[in-house]
Design a protein. Structure first.
Length: 171
C-alpha cells in the first residue's frame, strides 16, 4: 500500500509547489511510519539545505487542558525541524546513513497559544556530521538547535527552545 501511495505521489509531485510537496511527503511518512506526525498535521513552510521551518497548528489535536500547545506536540515540531534537514542532506548523498536522536532538551519560555513555527538553522553542522560518518564509518553526534515561536501572537519572540543531538551512522 505504501509503495502504491509513493508511486502515485511521484507522478504528481513535479507539478506541486515545494511547500505542498514537502508537506505531503512528511504527512505521508507520518501516516505510514509515525502516526503521531500525521495526527498533529505539520506544514513544511521552508526546507533548504541550511534551514527548516515547520508549522504545527493549534487545534483540538494539539491543545492541552489550558488551551495552549501540549508539550508532546511541541516535541514533534522540534523533532521534525531538526530531522528534516538531516534527512534531506542524507538523501542528497545517495548513501545509507541512519539518523536517530540521542538526546533532547527543552526550555519552555511561555505558553504557546497559537500555531507554532519551529525553526532549525543547523544544516551546515548536520552536513558536516554526515560527511564525517561517511568518511570514518563511526557514529557521529551533531547538536541541532530549534527555536519555537508563535509569530501571529508574539512575532519572533521564542516560546520554547530545544537542543537535540542527532546520532548519525553510515551503513
Amino acid at each position: 500500500m505504501l509503495s502504491q501511495a509513493i508511486a502515485m505521489f511521484q507522478k504528481v509531485s513535479p507539478f506541486l509547489p515545494p511547500r505542498v510537496r514537502n508537506t505531503a511527503l512528511v504527512r505521508l511518512y507520518g501516516l505510514f511510519g509515525i502516526p503521531l506526525i500525521f495526527f498533529v498535521a505539520p506544514v513544511v513552510e521552508e526546507l533548504t539545505a541550511d534551514r527548516c521551518r515547520i508549522r504545527i497548528p493549534l487545534t483540538w489535536r494539539t491543545k492541552n487542558h489550558l488551551g495552549s500547545m501540549y508539550f508532546g506536540a511541541l516535541a514533534v515540531g522540534a523533532d521534525l525541524s531538526g530531522a528534516l534537514i538531516g534527512t534531506t542532506a542524507i538523501l542528497e548523498t545517495g548513501k545509507r546513513v541512519e539518523l536517530i536522536f540521542k538526546d533532547f532538551s527543552a526550555e519552555f519560555l511561555k505558553r504557546a497559544t497559537d500555531d507554532v513555527v519551529f525553526t532549525c538553522t543547523d544544516g551546515e553542522a548536520t552536513r558536516n556530521g554526515i560527511a564525517e560518518t561517511l568518511r570514518t564509518k563511526e557514529r557521529v553526534a551533531v547538536k541541532v538547535n530549534v527555536v519555537a515561536t508563535c509569530p501571529d501572537v508574539s512575532g519572533d519572540a521564542p516560546v520554547a527552545r530545544f537542543a537535540l543531538t542527532l546520532a548519525l551512522k553510515a551503513r
